[in-house]
Ligand binder design. Structure first.
Ligand SMILES: Nc1nc2c(ncn2[C@@H]2O[C@H](COP(=O)(O)OP(=O)(O)O)[C@@H](O)[C@H]2O)c(=O)[nH]1
Ligand SMILES: [Mg+2]
Length: 285
């Protein structure tokens, strides 16, 4: 278990609420398998970050699904949206005799720090140890609540399919899935199979490899398409080695980094009911 996870385990008893931040572009895969252990029967509220980087239509499908299931899930562009409605709603979970205590958890890079800063707003103040509560974590006082400063950077799932998605979103290192070239080639294939590759083509105006013309012929294999496309990406972005050959690792890095940062346009990688989704006990969804 990650160090943060162990800390959170000790803390859980003192908390009223755990807020799990996930990436709106992949709400299943960006959950941590540890949340079910750590939440230990506490209320879990899910926050989907990076709503601005997700496909708006698919975002609506997700939110309708959560509403249908009566799940407490909120989606935000954390760089811009006002979190006041969420804060007010959370305060209803406070015990009558003291302020609400909450922790923000999630896998790396989903936006935990930004979320906490926005939730604290201008009232942000660091407070010392709380009597009876572990002293080696920092607490912040917000309006009507106390929050732990990211005690829980949780381990992502190590399931290969999930890990691949996480490497495209910047939540896991591409090295784990075989480097940037491999990650980029898989990303291209993934997007193409789901019919959303055009967002990338649109953003960079990349030349599409030619497909066989006769409709009776098999379409170009995805792997071949991906390879040729990454060459075109490398040419377009000037990722060249001496002699003019495309540096595929560099081209892959540029593609994956731009994708993770949302520079290639809004994209959602998972939909409700996708086979990747493993429902978890104790978890909000
Ligand atoms: N566009 C956009 N970027 C976000 C959003 N939330 C977080 N980020 C960015 O994602 C990156 C990681 O955020 P951070 O709070 O450090 O993640 P943490 O590792 O979970 O604490 C930062 O560059 C944030 O500015 C969001 O809703 N929209
Ligand atoms: Mg952080």
């Amino acid at each position: 278990m990650a160090r943060g996870g162990r800390k959170l385990g000790e803390l859980t008893e003192k908390l009223d609420l755990v807020i799990e931040v996930r990436d709106a572009r992949a709400p299943f895969s960006t959950s941590s398998p540890l949340i079910e252990k750590l939440a230990g029967g506490k209320s879990v509220v899910s926050v989907l970050s990076k709503k601005d980087l997700a496909d708006p239509q698919r975002m609506r499908v997700w939110m309708e699904e959560f509403a249908r299931q009566k799940k407490n899930v909120w989606a935000f562009n954390l760089r811009r949206d006002n979190l006041e409605p969420l804060r007010k709603s959370l305060l209803r979970l406070a015990p009558p005799y003291r302020e609400l205590r909450l922790a923000v958890v999630g896998i790396p890079n989903v936006g935990k720090s930004l979320f906490l800063n926005m939730l604290l707003g201008k009232s942000r103040a660091k407070v010392g140890g709380i009597p009876g509560v572990t002293r080696d974590v920092s607490w912040y006082k917000g309006s009507g609540f106390l929050a732990v400063d990211s005690p829980g950077i949780l381990d992502p799932s190590s399931e290969p399919g999930v890990h691949r998605i996480l490497s495209w979103l910047g939540c896991a290192k591409a090295d784990v899935v075989g480097g940037h070239e491999a990650a980029a080639l898989e990303l291209i294939q993934f997007l193409r199979k789901r019919g959303i590759w055009n967002v990338v083509v649109g953003a960079w105006n990349i030349e599409e490899p030619e497909e066989p013309e006769e409709s009776s012929m098999k379409p170009m294999e995805h792997a071949e398409f991906a390879e040729k496309t990454l060459v075109n990406v490398g040419r377009r972005l000037g990722c060249l080695m001496a002699g003019g050959k495309v540096d595929m690792e560099l081209a892959g890095r540029r593609l994956v980094d731009s994708f993770a940062a949302g520079k290639l346009g809004p994209v959602t990688l998972e939909m409700p009911g996708d086979p990747l989704w493993i429902p978890r006990k104790n978890c909000n969804f």
